[in-house]
Design a protein around this ligand. Structure first.
Ligand code: AMP
Ligand code: MN
Ligand code: MN
Ligand code: MN
Length: 287
């Protein structure tokens, strides 16, 4: 059984519509997929409808990836198996949406000062109906020829500490975990190795996430060394977390694909064992 619990659609910064994403998941033999767009659950119903319309044998987990701030660092917490109509959750996401617009306007002003005009409107046009992210600004910078690659756009203008970076105080980890729980979901620390923290600081984050009531951490990503996977598995055992798996798919790339290369080390508890509804897993399967 193939399980992938982290993916994005055009409802945030993915390039595939929820419908196209569901079709691709099936094409890649994924059996269980979580849609986890940045700070929005708008895609979940669209994805559900697409599954029904195409008669896909695919189990969709309702999810969201929420931006949090911890000590000036932006940390992502994924909510899985959530009730997407829960008022506390929709209120939090509405305030994150508003904050993204305010931050985007400031980002546009800072780019303007760097002789890059029209970036806010350009990014909004690229995002279309989707939640506005720095990814859309990066695409604008590349499309307009200000940068050669997305990576360059982040390195030069958008990443923390870069010329146009706008620090923002997102919701706290404690608050986000609490809201995910109120919405009946599980709170998962996304891609722990991507915060560029030393082992000492990452362990501090794990302690804080545990204190906040966090349920699981992402252990398996598409691209990682066996060493990294086993270290993250060990953190699950040491700190008492369940383990999750996720490609963090945004767009078709040779090395990041839905359901690709995702598996868990032994002796960790898969987070999906705690979901309210989950398809039967045939005996003998690892996942
Ligand atoms: P935001 O949530 O608006 O701050 O945007 C963050 C998104 O931008 C992430 O989810 C990634 O998809 C993308 N991103 C962040 N940093 C980089 C980077 N260095 N290179 C490419 N994409 C990045
Ligand atoms: Mn993203
Ligand atoms: Mn993320
Ligand atoms: Mn993500």
């Amino acid at each position: 059984m193939r399980i992938d619990l982290h993916s994005h659609s055009t409802c945030s910064d993915g390039v595939l519509t929820p419908e196209a994403l569901m079709l691709r998941a099936k094409e890649k033999s994924v059996d269980v997929l979580a849609l986890t767009d940045h700070d929005t659950i708008d895609g979940v119903l669209l994805a559900k409808n697409a599954i029904a319309q195409h008669g896909l044998d695919l189990h969709l987990v309702s999810g969201v990836e929420i931006s949090c701030t911890w000590d000036a660092i932006e940390v992502h917490v994924v909510g899985l198996d959530i009730d997407i109509s829960h008022p506390a959750l929709t209120a939090l996401l509405a305030s994150q949406d508003q904050a993204r617009i305010t931050r985007g306007l400031e980002l546009g002003r800072r780019l303007e000062k760097n002789k890059i005009p029209g970036a806010y409107d350009g990014a909004v046009a690229i995002a279309a109906e989707g939640m506005l992210t720095r990814n859309h600004f990066a695409r604008y910078l590349v499309e307009q020829g200000f940068c050669k690659t997305m990576q360059q756009a982040f390195d030069k203008y958008l990443a923390r500490g870069a010329r146009a970076y706008v620090p923002h105080q997102w919701a706290s980890i404690h608050h986000v975990v609490e809201i995910i729980h109120q919405a009946g979901g599980k709170a998962v620390l996304a891609h722990p190795v991507r915060y560029k923290l030393s082992a000492k600081w990452l362990k501090r984050l794990l302690v804080l996430f545990k204190e906040a009531g966090g349920d699981a951490i992402e252990v398996s990503l598409c691209q990682q060394s066996p060493q990294e996977r086993s270290t993250l598995g060990q953190y699950c055992r040491d700190y008492g977390f369940m383990a999750s798996v996720g490609s963090d798919f945004h767009a078709p790339f040779p090395w990041i694909e839905l359901g690709k290369n995702l598996w868990l080390p032994k002796d960790v508890t898969p987070v999906w064992h705690s979901f309210s509804a989950f398809p039967d897993i045939p005996t003998g399967e690892v996942l």
